[in-house]
Design a protein around this ligand. Structure first.
Ligand SMILES: [Fe+2]
Length: 434
């Protein structure tokens, strides 16, 4: 990867005898420039032809000073992102690309390149434009905004388990686009079988078009993504692993992969609590795929029995997970003993498209349903609202809470349930887990 002014571009593709050919050796650059009027030279890759972008672009991360973007192209397709503030695309990054060959839908073997790059040296709170590839009919310009230093209000979506039914996934994404959110969190299971490369286009990249170019997608990897490395190739930002930690004003959001093979649950729990304890944000969110509290569906109890008390002690406000294809919002879970941590709200949001699972309704639930949906959170300083929205755009669950001096409003706390009770309920249903 290389960053620089366009005038210093390393990429060069020359037209010789009507056929586009790549110029490989730096020693020939001057000659080619003189003969063919090419731009500068010496890039390591070879680009032939006019291949197109076949997946993305998708914003994988946005921080105050940099952003990660990915796309996939055909061989010879665009390997450069042009970007800049105030609508000027005066900077660029060139990607080497990672070659992937796969058997696609009965049409023989396809060769594509996955590109992932960081757009560096950005200013906080600025609007940036970017375009993958050269100007032209396919050279669409997208916009995103870096995170402001002083940010009071933030709006974001959390949803998950969008695999298997791309029509439903797309219907939900079209509703999400209207919400103009700052970012999106996906709680995992993006495709049915992640190691089947041909599924990623129709099940994930196609349905998220129009949203993921502008709002970054922070993802907690699901078990259906597989352990074959395809998920990481496509969606792990360069130099980062499958976890994410990001601050948007009053919200700190941490996400972790709790499904990849060979993982140490204790270590992952320590990562979650350490991250939360290290944040001074007013609202702390955590997402991972397999829930720690879940009535119905898989009856998952990831990290049990340590997780639930640990999340309370760490001061986490919301734990939003997926895996069970349902919606359930639990009443706030009180600490075991007064003064031993805060109240945690658990939400299972696994209704992004996959066929629904049965919910086992309980007095511990504030709301539970087998329903395709997404969750829209809006945080304005000490005030937080959440709308759970179905595939018709109707709000079927609504939460409005606030904090004063770091303490949740009394009305909400009156609805709390006991941690011992909820853990006992889970214990009694252990045989029903997957
Ligand atoms: Fe899952």
């Amino acid at each position: 990867m290389y960053t620089g002014e366009r005038a210093r571009s390393e990429r060069f593709v020359c037209v010789v005898s009507g056929v586009r050919r790549a110029c490989l050796a730096a020693g020939y650059v001057a000659l080619f420039l003189a003969m063919n009027g090419c731009t500068a030279a010496a890039h390591g890759g070879v680009r032939v032809g006019q291949g197109v972008v076949t997946k993305g672009p998708v914003l994988l991360r946005v921080y105050g000073d940099r952003a990660a973007v990915m796309w996939e192209s055909e061989a010879g397709g665009p390997d450069t992102v042009y970007y800049g503030a105030e609508g000027k695309l005066e900077r660029h990054v060139v990607s080497e690309g990672e070659k992937v060959r796969y058997r696609g839908g009965g049409r023989g073997t396809k060769t594509v390149f996955i590109h992932k790059v960081w757009l560096e040296a950005l200013e906080p709170g600025e609007a940036y434009s970017y375009r993958v590839g050269d100007e032209g009919p396919r050279g669409q310009v997208y916009e995103f905004r870096t995170i402001r230093r002083e940010l009071e209000r933030v709006r974001f979506i959390v949803y998950g388990d969008s695999r298997s039914r791309p029509e439903m996934h797309r219907r939900l994404v079209e509703l999400m686009i209207e919400k103009e959110v700052d970012f999106v969190v996906h709680t995992g299971d993006l495709v049915s079988s992640g190691d089947k490369y041909e599924q990623w286009g129709p099940q994930f990249f196609e349905p998220i078009k129009g949203l993921a170019e502008r709002a970054p997608f922070y993802i907690a990897k699901g078990n259906h993504e597989g352990d074959g490395g395809t998920y990481e190739k496509l969606l792990s930002p360069p130099g980062e692993d499958n976890s994410f930690s990001v601050d948007y004003g009053p919200v700190h959001y941490f996400g972790i992969d709790n499904v990849s093979g060979g993982g140490d649950t204790g270590k992952r729990l320590r990562q979650i609590t350490k991250d939360a304890e290290g944040s001074r944000a007013l609202w702390k969110f955590v997402s991972f795929h397999v829930p720690s509290v879940n009535f119905g569906g898989h009856w998952s109890t990831w990290g049990s029995p340590e997780a639930v008390p640990a999340f309370g002690r760490a001061g986490i406000d919301f734990v939003v997970t997926g895996h069970s294809h349902q919606y359930e919002r639990f009443r706030p879970v009180a600490p075991l003993r007064k003064g031993e941590g805060g109240y945690v709200t658990y939400v299972t949001s696994g209704g992004g498209g996959a066929p629904s699972y049965d919910v086992t309704r309980s007095s511990y639930h504030a709301y539970a349903a087998e329903i395709n949906h997404f969750c829209l959170f809006e945080v304005d300083g000490e005030k937080l609202t959440m709308h759970a929205i179905d595939a018709r755009g109707n709000v079927f669950d609504h939460l409005e809470i606030s904090k004063k001096d770091g303490v949740l409003n009394e009305e909400y706390l009156k609805t709390a349930v006991s941690m011992a009770g909820i853990m006992l309920e889970q214990e009694m249903n252990l045989g029903r887990q997957d």
